[in-house]
Design a protein around this ligand. Sequence first.
Ligand SMILES: C[S@@+](CC[C@H](N)C(=O)[O-])C[C@H]1O[C@@H](n2cnc3c(N)ncnc32)[C@H](O)[C@@H]1O
Length: 202
Amino acid sequence: MLKKALELPGIYQAFQEAGGFFGARVKAQSEFLDIRPGMQVIDIGCGPGHIAKFMPEGVDYVGFDIDRSYIDHANRRFGNRGRFFCQFFDAAAARQFGPADIVMMNGVLHHIGDDELGDTLRNVREALRPGGLLFTLDGCYRQGQSAFRRWMLDNDRGRFVRDEAGYRQVLAPVFETVELHIRENYSRVPYTFVVGVSARTT
Ligand SMILES: C[S@@+](CC[C@H](N)C(=O)[O-])C[C@H]1O[C@@H](n2cnc3c(N)ncnc32)[C@H](O)[C@@H]1O
């Protein structure tokens, strides 16, 4: 019932904000990224697009999602801050919209199984300029985490919540460097996040 309601952009965003999950994205972005005017940012799985509000003036922001209602909402609310496309981020999109300084996948890796994710990450790499970064944020299993945090992950809409080793296993074959950081103090509702910063160096 809640999972169905979360398909509605307004309900999804209200849930994200009430739980502090949207704030977690903003905190992670400010802790790990230095987004400056003139940069090109691609956001894959952008959802209703609210993160566009946190892009500095002068950033070229492009969001992609496969959900039509999320993209319609994003275009209505934030069409003046970026461009939003209802399409799968494939090799053609990587060629068309790259080279980017930063690709973001906020809450997306845990929705995609290893094989498909491998293909998507290779397209992400193609879309990055040398020196560019992939920024990811996902729920993460961790030994010793509270039963409530584990329950939250078990009941996520995403069917591929991994532990830190599982995320590394999909990122490391594609990117030259992969840093993963566990954070458990980002949201109002107790939750274990892993923030990934993966670089294309060449
Ligand atoms: C949990 S939502 C995250 C939305 C937003 N990034 C946020 O931070 O709130 C995951 C989004 O990824 C999108 N998604 C899942 N697989 C995708 C794919 N292969 N390509 C593009 N979007 C995808 C879903 O439609 C969904 O909107």
